[in-house]
Ligand binder design. Sequence first.
Ligand code: GDP
Ligand code: MG
Length: 454
Amino acid sequence: MPEENISAIATPPGKGGVAIIRLSGGSPLSIAEKMFVPAGTVAVKDFEPYRLYPGRIDGGTFTDYGLCVYFKAPASYTGEDVVELSCHGGIYLTQQILDAVLHAGAVPAQPGEFTKRAFCNGKLSLTQAEAVMDVIAASGSRELQFANAMREGAMVRRVHAVQEQLVTVLSGLAAWADYPEEDLPEVAPEALQTSLQQIQQDLKQLLQTRDYGRILKSGVLTVIAGKPNVGKSTLFNLLSGCERSIVTEIAGTTRDVVEECVRLGEVTLRLSDTAGLRETEDRIEQIGVRIAKEKLEQADLILAVFDSRQPLTEEDWALLEQVKSRPVIVILNKSDAGTAQITPEQLPDFPYCITMSAKAGSGLSELEAAVKGLFDRGDVTPELGILANARQTACAETALQMVTDALQALQGGELLDAVTVLLDEAAQALMTLTGERVTEAVVEEVFRHFCVGK
Ligand code: GDP
Ligand code: MG
């Protein structure tokens, strides 16, 4: 049975030069035929694929002039016959044309349904389909590079490489299980162990990219921490480019967490200004301090701020000790006013230590360089493929868990059958990652987050 014809406005809502209404399904040309009157002599049903035809869009109660193009299955985005109508980009007009298309027999496309059909027709893997949305959502060049590499199949290639190793191991195990009495080269436990360790290593490396993917897409969770009055809110305002957080000379001014997304060079920071860390009797401030400590735990990056004119106290050293093993940039603030009592030399454990004045705005380029050093990782290249979302990460985690369990089973002298079962599950998890074997529910969930018209 030919697929239902779906339709949606593919361009964003708003006034623009041109808007596009997209149709895909078993017979989109038969729908276009009902409302597009070509300016030339070729009838709509005889349109050559991949050619633009000018004409009149006739909606019954209105007319517009535009273009019609036909993409013939399977050489189209969805793998089905596709028709696109370009019209003038008015909000009311495009909606009217869509209504006319629906009236002519199409049904409204669900979010992501075009891409879902592309996936179901084997035009894209699931990770490639997910990357389409990331391409659209990219807000910087690096993000776009990664999303494009994923769309071109970087992740699929990476996962397939691991799958191939797994399949080799599994087929060795299967041959042994089927013909144990034959003169097959025996499954040497050492060789099996070495292969599994290699697979485990590859999966661990893959999982190391999870934070990078998240940070690239949604920004570095950055927390500004330090004692009251050291200039945290001033720094927050400097970075966010506006007076977002209240600054006073009164210690304990900031109680709520104030958040803002800022761009520093090529990196997006999701910046939180927090209450100054101190013991306090004030109940509201106490809550602020507790939340500040929680935020500190979750942070990808900590900006630990100090008043450079005050020597380091025991409390300061305690904070430094707490954040030492985390990605941290130490900021020696208020360099504009008075002699420094803290210098970078005192803090050899902190490679990123910056002297600045949040008030005067000096030291910002050093801060940008430090953030670049920590997060703009040149060694993670787009072609390698990175885990782009929680779904992919969960699949990779399951695969790693199963391989780890299989290794343990092997080392514990369990039957090779048990090892096989676990490795089968690892292989399944990787197939779910790429979408080679997924349930309808997973597919629904992935495309639910897409925009309509993609
Ligand atoms: P917070 O409690 O850490 O958020 O500190 P604030 O940002 O509210 O600043 C406390 C006081 O220090 C205010 O009076 C600010 O004007 C002042 N301050 C902050 N940064 C600087 C700086 O770089 N130089 C100087 N001279 N004063 C600063
Ligand atoms: Mg403050």
